[in-house]
Design a protein around this ligand. Structure first.
Ligand SMILES: NC(=O)c1ccc[n+]([C@@H]2O[C@H](COP(=O)([O-])OP(=O)(O)OC[C@H]3O[C@@H](n4cnc5c(N)ncnc54)[C@H](OP(=O)(O)O)[C@@H]3O)[C@@H](O)[C@H]2O)c1
Length: 303
């Protein structure tokens, strides 16, 4: 099966390239394939397009690259992911997240490829205060969330729309790196305790995407680390996994942040799925398992 990946230079892209080659990414585990068979040698031919190879805001180029490659599946990861930056650059965010997705969707449709679009928990307001399923109403509070939702709507009905949340991987510098460094330096941290979501290891998400590439289901699916936590609790857990004390991570409220975050984020956006059963697939592992592996991989890489 020929798989073209947009945004392949990002953290999920880096892990997906490993998984589709039949390797376990640095922070991954062989057991995260949602109960599905392992990737066999030669099962996937991967065309990995980073931004320099394929800028999705260039619709002509998108068409020529995708039609020329004639993939069976397009995994569309390219996105404007600077959540706070998008607030002061809504046109830039819209051009990538909505316009870019429309161009990719049109080209995939033209060539008969199945489209997988990775979306976000930020399409929700998070005001319900309970875990969110695929059929819950969307109501984004940020430019990033609104433009990613517009991207969902630019996809054809046959596409798989895979919403995930709070992704951290080995190839990006994330708050998990900060936790590891702070544990080593015994440096105190402050993180918000009133934003609760589903932390997801990029390697686990990448492994989960294999099921969508193989089965090509239509519609919206939630795919994130199992369970929920506040940012404060995620960072405290990461500090402990790195050998420090979780006590050094002080819980604060969002309105205590100085400077304040430009984008409004959901207060409660734990993602759960009412649809994974349709794929005969098990959920992703608990978030602690994925984040724990990531901490140990970051430590191993820096030692
Ligand atoms: N990270 C999260 O917490 C999270 C949560 C929910 C959903 N998601 C979604 O998951 C997907 C993968 O995200 P990620 O975590 O891997 O983020 P990432 O590391 O920021 O990767 C996104 C990639 O898209 C590329 N890109 C930006 N503008 C582009 C353009 N015009 N044309 C082509 N490529 C472009 C970026 O390139 P540059 O590095 O050159 O900018 C980057 O390599 C995205 O669709 C994102 O919206 C992420």
């Amino acid at each position: 099966m020929r798989v073209l990946i947009t945004g392949a230079g990002g953290q999920v892209g880096a892990d997906l390239i490993e998984v589709l080659a039949g390797r376990v990414p640095a922070a991954g585990a062989a057991t995260t394939l949602m109960g599905q068979p392992p990737v066999s040698e030669g099962e996937f031919e991967v065309i990995a397009c980073d931004r320099s190879a394929l800028d999705v805001t260039d619709a002509e180029r998108v068409r020529s690259v995708i039609v020329g490659a004639a993939p069976d599946v397009v995994v569309h990861l390219a996105a404007y992911t600077a959540v706070d930056g998008a607030e002061s650059d809504p046109e830039g965010a819209r051009a990538v997240n909505e316009g870019g997705t429309r161009a990719v969707a049109d080209a995939a449709t033209e060539v008969g490829a199945h489209l997988i679009y990775v979306s976000t928990d930020y399409v929700f307001s998070g005001d319900l205060g309970r875990p969110l399923v695929e059929s819950d109403a969307t109501d984004p509070k940020s430019v990033y969330g609104a433009t990613k939702l517009a991207g969902e709507r630019a996809c054809p009905p046959s596409a798989s729309i895979v919403r995930t949340s709070w992704v951290a991987g080995i190839s990006n510098r994330t708050v998990i790196n900060l936790a590891v460094e702070s544990a080593a330096a015994n440096r105190p941290l402050r993180f918000v305790a009133d934003q609760i979501g589903s932390p997801t290891a990029s390697a686990d998400l990448a492994a989960g995407l294999v099921t969508f590439i193989r089965k090509q289901p239509a519609g919206v699916f939630h795919l994130a680390g199992a369970g929920g936590a506040s940012w404060r609790d995620v960072i405290a857990y990461a500090v402990e996994q790195a050998g420090g004390s979780g006590e050094m991570v002080t819980p604060i409220q969002t309105d205590e942040l100085d400077p304040p975050q430009a984008a409004t984020r959901p207060r409660f956006s734990v993602l759960v799925s009412e649809r994974l059963d349709e794929l005969d697939a098990t959920p992703l592992p608990d978030w602690q398992e994925g984040i724990g592996r990531l901490v140990h991989a970051i430590k191993a890489r820096s030692s």
